[in-house]
Design a protein around this ligand. Structure first.
Ligand SMILES: [Zn+2]
Length: 453
């Protein structure tokens, strides 16, 4: 062999090795044609975006206990049947019925002015007289503790600037009871989200057992900063909060499911889904009709293309994620006997923006498999498999089953519109819906076909 030929051969071998590392282990190549079919079909039209538009335009927000949610659920059952999915049915879930009612926040001093607000979900009302009082502004729980003696008889504003959801949502969840324990009469929180267009965000609060239940609402970042400046100048801030919020008795709702039964191992199940309920403002498009539609679409695409995997793909649209998680718990209880056959559960509940792959929690061999499958999604920008996945709705079943979990990840301004009137389909493009549906379809199909072992 001449030196030149040896050099060319060595170069060729290194190129092949390099490409091999780029496309993943060889076994994944056998799924490339099916993956390409799913991607091509999903991108061929805006069917799924139109379906998302139909849900949000027709039914609007879908809070637990509302007629709109139940109408949307019945619509989903009918559409799943039209799609040719199998075993389509509803499963009963008793859900809490929190009702916002009318609400208002009026600044009284230093000037009279109505301010935009959103009462926190699950909050109590103020009674017809409202709650009027001076406002004390604190940036965090440490400052609340430091100024504990000033809290009694006042309305506390938690002005915690949004950094990330986990770090600031604690003020929404725990703030009202922490302040009530010190004698506060009501609580305002800076909306949990980046500064928008003077947009308050709702979301659930959780009352502790050892403190009085006081009314609580979110105000915009802009107004929270204004209060902070007024306080720094020593100006008295006085407001009146009125909220009719209350609970009606629990009412009936349902988880919806439809399947593509496995052609070979139908008792082994891959669950994909999102939650079909939403808060009562906006249209619940990103949170989480979008997640429901793209996961459902994954099964519809397989059905349409005649790609029936060996194992069962089960689409679940959970009810009551936002203020109770009763749907996720009910799924676990109703499917107790088959939990051991759940090989993976995938949830999409982070919005449908530009694809960013998946998050995964599970054993190393399963992680290696999903990482390899991810290489089929390079063209969609969805190949990354991040550390840590899961979802609120799939959590109870996955925990009981000790099954691996995935979250569908995207890049976008989810928290800008999260739980606000701005959560509409106007923020979501047909391409984003098609690309995410394609990514979920490929991931779900190959896992259901190949398994994770
Ligand atoms: Zn959600």
């Amino acid at each position: 062999m001449s030196k030149r030929i040896a050099l060319v051969l060595a170069l060729l071998i290194s190129v092949v090795v390099y490409l091999g590392a780029q496309v993943g282990p060889g076994w994944v190549d056998q799924y490339r044609p099916a993956a390409q079919k799913l991607i091509t079909e999903s991108q061929a039209n805006d069917f799924a975006w139109q379906r998302l538009a139909e849900v949000t335009d027709t039914f609007g927000p879908r809070i637990s206990g509302s007629e709109a949610l139940e109408r949307a659920i019945d619509w989903a059952v009918a559409k799943m049947k039209e799609d040719g999915l199998e075993n389509v049915h509803k499963e009963l879930v008793m859900v809490p019925k929190w009702v916002r009612g009318r609400e208002s926040l009026d600044l009284i001093e230093p000037v009279r002015q109505p301010l935009p607000l959103l009462g926190l979900g699950n909050a109590v009302g103020t009674g017809p007289a409202g709650v009027e009082g001076d406002v004390i502004v604190v940036k965090d729980f440490d400052e609340l503790t430091a100024r504990a003696s000033d809290v009694k008889g006042r309305i506390v504003l938690f002005n915690a600037v949004f950094t990330n959801y986990g770090a600031t949502v604690v003020y929404r969840r725990d703030g009202p009871s922490r302040a009530a324990a010190l004698g506060a009469t009501a609580v305002l929180i800076r909306a949990v989200g980046p500064t928008g267009l003077r947009t308050p965000h709702t979301g659930a609060t959780v009352y502790a057992d050892n403190a009085p239940k006081i009314a609580a609402a979110a105000i915009s970042a802009e107004d929270a900063d204004r209060f902070q400046r007024l306080q720094a100048r020593g100006v008295r801030i006085r407001v009146k909060l009125s909220m009719e919020a209350h609970f009606d008795p629990d009412s009936t709702s349902y988880n919806v499911m439809g399947e593509l039964r496995g052609r070979d191992l139908p008792d082994e199940i891959v669950v994909v889904g999102g939650h079909f309920d939403s808060w009562d403002v906006g249209a619940g498009a990103s949170d989480d009709a979008g997640g429901c539609i793209v996961t459902w679409e994954a099964a519809r695409l397989m059905k349409k293309l005649g790609l029936r995997p060996r194992r069962t793909v089960r689409v679940v649209l959970f009810t009551n994620e936002e203020n109770g998680l009763r749907g996720g718990n009910a799924y676990r209880d109703a499917h107790k006997d088959e939990l051991k056959n759940h090989i993976l559960l995938i949830e999409s509940d982070g919005g449908v923006f530009d694809p960013d792959g998946f998050g995964f929690t599970g054993p190393d061999d399963a992680r290696a498999a999903v990482t390899a499958i991810g290489t089929l999604l390079k063209g969609l920008g969805a190949s990354a498999i991040a550390a840590g996945g899961g979802g609120a709705d799939i959590g109870p079943a996955a925990e009981a089953a000790k099954a691996p979990v995935m979250s569908h990840n995207v890049k976008g301004d989810y928290f800008l519109i999260h739980h606000t009137p701005a959560d509409t389909i106007a923020r979501i493009t047909p391409k984003q819906v098609s690309d995410n549906a394609a990514a979920i379809a490929v991931m779900t199909y190959v896992i259901a076909e190949r398994g994770l072992k």
